[in-house]
Design a protein around this ligand. Structure first.
Ligand code: ADP
Length: 308
């Protein structure tokens, strides 16, 4: 690449995946840039896990070009794997080990890949502190609660101080405190360590909070790519104004709230009651986009499509 932007950490062109006769990915293009936190959204069965597993090198695609940290994940070796973090669903093995033993042992694999810029692995105590497990460091893994095990899953995923981290529904089953702690951790990894992160979630508030960029995958294609704000702007009517005149109630989606409300007040004055303005949320946008694209349309959806 010339001057300007560094090479993307993930670069995918025309990625296709077919299981038997079922086409799950119908030609996906995506780039993730260094330090970005990108969230992949989509309904169940959209192909999010398939995409992530291909990028992790755990699944072979049917067709397309995939480059992750400059290599094809299907052929990459140990040095590449040491730079990539994967958080798997719940660590069930080694029930008699303690978190400290497990992390010390796994951390040893990363030592040969340590560099001055990126010392590997993390210090075990520092990591246990970071994921909120320091008080349970010496308990048997088999006796940890579900939430504590998920914290351990995260610690296992990042012990090698990855440059790129994959998180497939990382907060499923977290209580609100664990979720909040996890969000802080993602921000820290991204801001302080420059870690690039690709995550999936069904929690749209989480996506809005964490992601620099959101991709919506549906019907085997990426149908939207942008910040939460950019996506919301693509949906016609970024806010909804509700009001009442006597016993009659009205709803109107609009992009220009202030002039619209001013006109309403000028027109109806004191007769106007119950005035309410609601900004479109990422959830409205997401539902409008998925409904529209699942119906096969390719034009911008409107907010009123999702307003009951
Ligand atoms: P998501 O993570 O978005 O819920 P998945 O990638 O898990 O989607 O699955 C996408 C589709 O591919 C689903 O219809 C699923 O049943 C199918 N699928 C996933 N893995 C396999 C497999 N190993 N063999 C056959 N079909 C699969």
């Amino acid at each position: 690449m010339g001057a300007g932007r560094p090479d993307p950490v993930i670069s995918v062109r025309d990625l296709r995946m077919t299981y038997g006769t079922q086409e799950v990915l119908a030609g996906i293009d995506l780039d993730v840039h260094p330090g970005e936190v990108v969230c992949l959204l989509g309904p169940n069965g959209a192909g999010k896990t398939t995409t992530i597993e291909i990028l992790e090198g755990f699944r072979l695609p049917s067709a397309g070009q995939v480059q992750v940290l400059g290599e094809d994940p299907a052929r990459a070796g140990d040095a590449w794997r040491a730079r990539v973090g994967v958080v798997l669903q719940s660590w069930r093995d080694h029930a008699r080990w303690t978190p400290r033993m497990l992390l010390t042992s796994l951390g040893g694999y990363f030592l040969p890949y340590s560099t001055p810029e990126r010392p590997r692995p993390y210090g075990v105590d520092e990591l246990l502190e970071t994921v909120g497990l320091i008080e349970h460091a010496d308990r048997k893994i088999g006796t940890l609660s579900g939430g504590q095990r998920r914290r351990l899953d995260v610690a296992v995923g990042i012990i090698g101080r990855p440059e790129l981290l994959f998180l497939d529904e990382p907060t499923a089953g977290f209580d609100p405190q664990a979720r909040r702690d996890f969000h802080d951790l993602v921000h820290r990894l991204s801001d302080l360590e420059g870690t690039s992160i690709l995550l999936t979630t069904h929690d749209l508030a989480e996506a809005e909070k964490l992601a620099d960029r959101i991709l919506i995958l549906t019907n085997g294609r990426i149908v939207a790519d942008g910040s939460a704000e950019e996506l919301t702007r693509q949906v016609a009517g970024t806010a909804e104004v509700r009001w009442a005149l006597g016993r009659e109630r009205f709803v109107h989606p609009t992009d220009d709230v202030v002039p619209f409300v001013r006109r309403l007040l000028e027109q109806h004055g004191d007769a106007l009651t119950d005035l309410e303005v609601r900004k479109a949320s990422l959830e409205d946008t997401y539902l409008a986009m998925v409904q529209r694209f699942e119906a096969g349309a390719r034009t911008a959806p409107a907010l009123q499509e999702v307003v009951p």
